[in-house]
Design a protein around this ligand. Sequence first.
Ligand code: NAD
Length: 491
Amino acid sequence: MQKHQMLIGGQWRDPAGGQWFASENPFTGQAWAEVPRGGAEDVDRAVKAAWDAFRGPWRALSASARGAVLRRFGDLVAENADRLAELESRDNGKLITEMRGQLRYIPQWFYYFGGLADKIEGRVIPIDKPGVFNFTREEPLGVVAAITPWNSPLMLATWKLAPALAAGNTVVWKPSEFSSVSAFAFGELFEQAGFPPGVVNIVTGFGSEIGEALVTHPKVAKVAFTGGDATGQHVYELAARGIKKVTLELGGKSANVVFDDADIDNAVKGAVSGIFAATGQTCIAGSRLLVQRTIHDRFMDKLLTLARTARMGDPLDDATQVGPITTRPQYDKVLGYIEIAKGEGAQCVLGGAAATRRECGEGWFVEPTIFTGVTPAMRIAQEEVFGPVLSVIAFDTDDEAVEIANDTLFGLAAGVWTTSIKRALRMSERLEAGTVWINTYRAVSYMSPFGGYKRSGLGRESGLTAIRDYLQEKSVWIDTNDDVPNPFVMR
Ligand code: NAD
């Protein structure tokens, strides 16, 4: 068992309360690491360290030098990609093949935002008052609290850390209690990259304990949160008390819409990638598959044929395509939703139970599951399952597809499969989602804004837009007139 410490002010420290908890490997179901159970005292130390670093060494660096540290960190992640991928795969059960891909891509966020650090510029305003010069400064916010979920721990932390640091903020990062181990390895690289002590701090523990202490700490200026929508709402309410800035990346119930003029074989692959990749444990999962009725049965035959070939097993095996559910409570939740769907009258045409295949060992596996005959009002069509469970809904017309696709509280992503450019463009406009993929699914980039409409969140991560969420604009006025005007009249 590895025993870890938290990174506070450049030092590895035991939790003030002297308690640790176990992190379990979802493939074996066994505890494999001990994670510090931090609390309010640890948060206070970490935020103070971040505040000191914000006012001191981090601010003293030029923007170009700050960017260089970020890019050096990107290089270190690239050099350590395979090791980090394996740690993450062991801790959260994601496929090693996917994790290697993610870890090789993560450096791009640090290169992109590192490059952006010295391109943050203010404006000169052509002000309407004679003899007055007005310009703006783009300034960092201060200490940013980054709170991340368990499904893509390092990738989702990167989406916050890279823009936050490039903008000149310092960070206290709290990873999920279910997948903290890779954060400690990232922490070692922060030190090697040359971030001054306190610029990035890592605290671990449970959301209700250390997470709340972090969100409510008076010296935290902004909360950047990724997680479930109910937690997100709670965090938003807590942050509101301190008038803190907030970015929320929450859940989804994304529609993947297949029209009868689509390239069917590609659309089938898109449907599988939308729900069974990462075992459906992605916020952008295409968990509602809308299929035009004219091709419904033909499409389902092909989809079932492909889905049946999914290889389950050890996430560290390159051949595995569907891994375990990351946490025991999530495993129970997914199985619970399968029963709800059956109870609602949806027809289970694939899976529909815990996986007992020999290659799944003692892990928390659920069979890739498909329900047909789902209607938009069913809970299985409205609520986020966050597992390998697909709801198929038939539709007749474009208008009906739009109505069903938008009939959800969420608005994170949507997919459209069609060979008509007119239809594709019309759908891209009519779908209420922060991302719309046409003839592809599950594509993200450091260059493109990512975020939710409606209950899926606030703010954007990645792309040029993201850095704005970590800056505040100051307006500076200089009067060049020799005489001070009448003090009793507004200038
Ligand atoms: P979660 O909401 O349970 O936890 C997310 C994080 O919040 C964890 O670090 C947790 O410890 C912390 N937390 C929990 N309670 C807290 C509290 N009271 N105060 C402060 N922090 C608290 O989510 P999860 O189960 O870890 O992740 C799955 C969810 O994340 C899904 O709903 C998924 O859709 C969402 N998600 C969204 C995106 C996105 O970018 N939109 C990406 C990945 C995951």
